[in-house]
Design a protein around this ligand. Structure first.
Ligand SMILES: *Cc1c(COP(=O)(O)O)cnc(C)c1O
Length: 459
């Protein structure tokens, strides 16, 4: 059937986007329109609607990539048709994925970086599912071999991201989330013995805790698990959720020992679309050695040209993000990643200094030693005269997204505000944010000083 463009009406001869039928009414929202419309007009109409979204470069709530080089845009365009699952039709896309796996395995000190297993995913969430499944399968295998029951698996962790709660629920694993101790920013190793038992499939250690941006001490967690093994014989592997830190620590903090150089670390996930600087839609999971990924989780799928292994939750998936990840690894190299991240950490330090001079705020983290970010709280929440939720709302009026939220259970009384700094968020932009924070705090404080009912503020 031939497809040609037929103008729906005479009006379309008149070529102003805003003066043709589809523009002169509300856009369809519930029903597919009967007629077609000119592509450039619809493109602009959709773009106009999207412009009402927040400005992503002012979204300091996300770890994800919001800026990319021209070349990344072009590569994404060139990869429109590439389907990751179709390894036979796109063998080079598949090979590029494998190259990234080996590069990351090496970056994270796998003892078998050229032969180990790993894959790209849609993000760290899918990567966490796969890492968690491998832990569950290996634990069950060990239990069955010894004739022991394997119906009550548990996973031990600190204040994890929601993806681990999903993993636990979807795959029927008890999640043992250890509460934060006063003053702690993550799991502390001495807490482990009370939570780990023979049904523990693994411990998740987080490199870059979502709430506080700090690294959990993977090496010390491993040492504690060594002691538990000596005492009880229970041998528990570690999965490191390095969603953010996996692309930060190797470049900014090479002295921190957290990866496969710790023998107990069986697998690691990271988000390519966070500090890996790839566009949205790519994560990675890598096993220390190939034998740690159980064979029966890997599907051998027959393609036109032969049998290829896949381990993924999805079938079809875009290949552009993987190509862009490879581009970034080649383009930036160790030195480039280090410089981009260092610039982010310095910008964070600048904002932290600025914010620390604003009376009621107390800096909890200034972007040094872990993720490039700033975290603050109110020094005296009872007497400050305003809440961080109100400050967040004020900043939103200026377009900034700087969320306020409580720390995880057991420290829920502490409300914090977090600014994430990533590629494309420059020093000056953060200085402008700092100025807006200062103004907002001043206004909120004066409001509180004034007697009488508070008016004009809606919550
Ligand atoms: C962001 C994040 C995730 C989820 O990653 P996605 O790539 O968004 O799926 C998991 N764990 C941690 C620690 C994170 O920061």
């Amino acid at each position: 059937m031939a497809v040609h463009y037929v103008p729906a009406s005479e009006d379309e001869e008149f070529d102003d986007f805003y003066a043709i039928p589809i523009s002169e009414q509300r856009l369809p929202k519930y029903r597919v329109p009967d007629d077609q419309s000119p592509p450039s007009a619809v493109y602009n109409l959709v773009l106009d609607e999207l412009a009402l979204d927040g400005n992503s470069s002012q979204n300091l709530a996300t770890f994800c990539t919001t800026w990319a080089e021209r070349e990344t845009h072009d590569l994404m365009d060139a990869c429109l048709a590439k389907n990751m699952v179709d390894k036979d039709e796109y063998p080079l896309t598949a090979e590029i994925e494998a190259r990234c796996v080996h590069m990351l395995a090496r970056l994270w000190h796998s003892p078998a970086d050229q032969s180990t297993m790993g894959c790209s995913t849609t993000g760290s969430s899918e990567a966490a599912m796969l890492g968690g499944l491998a832990l569950k399968w290996r634990w069950r295998q060990r239990r069955r071999e010894r004739g022991l029951p394997s119906d009550r698996p548990n996973l031990v962790c600190g204040p994890v991201q929601v993806c681990w709660q999903k993993f636990a629920r979807y795959f029927d694993v008890e999640l043992r989330e250890i509460p934060l101790e006063p003053g702690a920013s993550g799991l502390r190793p001495h807490q482990l013995p009370a939570y780990v038992d023979e049904n523990t499939i693994g411990v998740v250690a987080i490199l870059g805790v979502t709430y506080t941006c700090e690294y959990e001490p993977v090496r010390d967690i491993a040492a504690q698990l060594d002691i538990i093994q000596q005492d009880t014989g229970i041998d528990v592997p570690i999965h490191v959720d390095a969603a953010s830190g996996g692309f930060v620590a190797p470049f900014l903090h090479p002295e921190i020992v957290w990866d496969f150089s710790v023998e107990r670390v069986a697998s690691i996930n990271a988000s390519g679309h966070k500090y890996g600087m790839a566009p949205l839609g790519v994560g990675w999971v890598i096993w220390r050695t190939a034998d740690l990924l159980p064979e029966d989780l890997v599907f051998r799928v027959d393609y036109l040209g032969g049998e290829l292994p896949t381990f993924a939750l999805n079938f079809s998936r875009p290949g552009g993000q993987v190509a862009a990840q490879y581009y970034n690894l080649l383009r930036y190299g160790h030195e480039g990643y280090r410089r981009v991240l260092h610039a982010g950490a310095e910008a964070a330090r600048g904002l932290a200094e600025q914010a620390s001079r604003i009376g009621p705020l107390r800096i909890l983290y200034d972007g040094q030693g872990a993720l490039p970010a700033v975290v603050w709280t109110l020094d005296h929440p009872e007497s400050a005269g305003f809440t961080l939720y109100e400050l967040s709302e004020r900043l939103h009026q200026r377009g900034w997204q700087v969320p306020a939220y409580p720390l995880p259970p057991d420290r829920q009384d502490t409300v914090i505000q977090r600014v994430l700094v990533r590629h494309g968020i420059g020093y000056d932009k953060l200085a402008l944010l700092g100025r807006d924070v200062e103004t907002a705090v001043r206004e909120l404080t004066h409001r509180a000083d004034r007697p009488g009912p508070r008016s004009g503020f809606h919550h």
